[in-house]
Design a protein around this ligand. Structure first.
Ligand SMILES: [Zn+2]
Length: 432
């Protein structure tokens, strides 16, 4: 009944599944000026200048958004400053996002568009970078980053449609035939249904929406669901923060923790997790919980134990205590991991959790405990946080380190798994 052009259509089970991505955001990221492969600040500034000039000539309105900056990889690891960005892009707001989505550099237009002034103090949980003279230098971290991010004009519906198409086609070009979207916008289901009906949807999409609106979403899904192609997968909740910001909820202390948060932070204590599970079970869908630290993972498993019958996925599970490994299979909890993040997180893991490196993504133990590759243990990328290339996860799961880095850089090498098992964790199981 479907008119899809993708070669895998009609043959479910062929192709790959991306188990954790943000499809529209991936398209948005790909629409920004790409700076991920710059090797110096000069090169980044040069690309920004040329893009600003092109936009000026083409009379294209709007902000100049650049993305993917990783200054740690530059010869001189210093962010572009506000005066440098003002010089490159004097006529419009310029926002240069770090690859981790927690930092940016901005020009004065962008800074002031967010209501910030030279004398504005740091917002709670954020830092406004300053130069030696005390003036803002354009670098914004965490909550300060979020202030300017939120000031970027929202794309129009047509722009989102184009970005969504770009995100989907990029995933399809990597061989994916289905994707789980792990924090879907309220308009996403209807837009995907439209694309499906026009024969223009290159892969299957399951939506996961904030669990607090799972009731209204389940009602809306009656209109937008296209069985096998566009489906409501479930609710999404956040049990903790991230490793890089030291807010992932750990059982053990960080070596250099945030003040007052020796073990990160619990965003959702167990009673709230149980409420989320009940809400999702009430409308017959999954609950997917973001849990990066071993403390968060344990809390979700505990909450699931108290709610038998609710289908639960744990997203990320980057650190898992030995005692909790067998509980995934016992409780029927899906473990949805992104091995490719090992390629990017090695440094923060070694710096902050040197005493827990053996508990990082214990894939071999999870498989030995009975999780089935591709069903109980599934791989994703969390694109656009990192690129959605499935080979990155294969490399990371089999070698536990960046290609080309010395063997001693491997994280928990004894948890490496064979390539064919890693590929099975990326295989689309098809539809029942
Ligand atoms: Zn995500």
């Amino acid at each position: 009944m479907t008119t899809l052009a993708h070669p895998a259509s009609g043959s479910p089970g062929v192709g790959l599944r991306e188990s954790h991505a943000h499809v529209a955001m991936l398209g948005r990221e790909l629409s920004a000026l790409a700076l991920h492969d710059c090797t110096s600040r000069g090169e980044a500034l040069d690309r920004i200048s040329r893009e600003a000039a092109r936009r000026r000539e083409a009379r294209e309105p709007g902000w100049l958004l650049a993305a993917g900056v990783r200054v740690e990889a530059w010869d001189d690891p210093r962010w572009p400053t506000m005066p440098e960005l003002d010089a490159c892009c004097p006529d419009r707001a310029c926002f240069v996002r770090g690859f981790d989505y927690h930092s940016c550099a901005v020009n004065r237009h962008a800074f002031e568009s967010a209501g910030l002034r030279d004398a504005t103090p740091d917002p709670e949980g954020g830092v406004i970078g300053r130069s030696a003279d005390g003036l803002p230098n354009g670098l914004l971290l965490e909550a300060a980053y979020a202030l300017v991010r939120d000031a970027i004009p929202e794309p129009t519906r047509d722009q989102w449609r184009g970005m969504l198409r770009l995100g989907l086609s990029t995933l399809a070009s990597h061989g994916f035939v289905e994707v789980d979207d792990l924090l879907s916008q309220p308009w996403l289901g209807a837009m995907l249904a439209e694309m499906h009906d026009a024969g223009d949807l290159p892969l299957r999409v399951r939506l996961f929406v904030p669990w607090t609106r799972i009731g209204e979403e389940a009602a809306a899904a009656r209109d937008y669901e296209r069985p096998g192609w566009v489906e409501l997968g479930g609710g999404k909740a956040f049990a903790d923060g991230t490793l890089n910001s030291r807010t992932a909820w750990m059982l053990h202390r960080y070596r250099d923790p945030l003040p007052d948060h020796p073990c990160g932070s619990a965003l959702m204590p167990e009673p709230e997790l149980r409420a989320a599970m009940k809400a999702c079970a009430g409308v017959g869908v999954w609950l997917a919980v973001h849990a990066i630290g071993d403390g968060a993972v344990r809390a979700v498993l505990n909450a699931r134990e108290a709610n038998p019958g609710t289908p639960v996925r744990i997203e990320h599970a980057e650190v898992i205590d030995r005692a909790d490994v067998p509980r995934f299979a016992e409780l029927g909890v899906t473990c949805s991991v992104q091995p490719c993040h090992l390629l990017y997180d090695t440094e923060v893991l070694k710096r902050q959790l040197p005493h827990r490196l053996d508990r990082v993504l214990p894939l071999r133990e999870l498989l030995a405990s009975g999780l089935e590759p591709g069903r109980g243990l599934v791989f994703g990328s969390d694109a656009p946080i990192v690129r959605p290339d499935p080979e990155d996860s294969i490399v990371a799961a089999t070698s536990r380190r960046c290609p080309g880095s010395p063997p001693e850089m491997a994280v928990a090498f004894d948890q490496a798994i064979p390539e064919e098992i890693a590929r099975a964790c990326l295989a689309a199981p098809g539809r029942k």
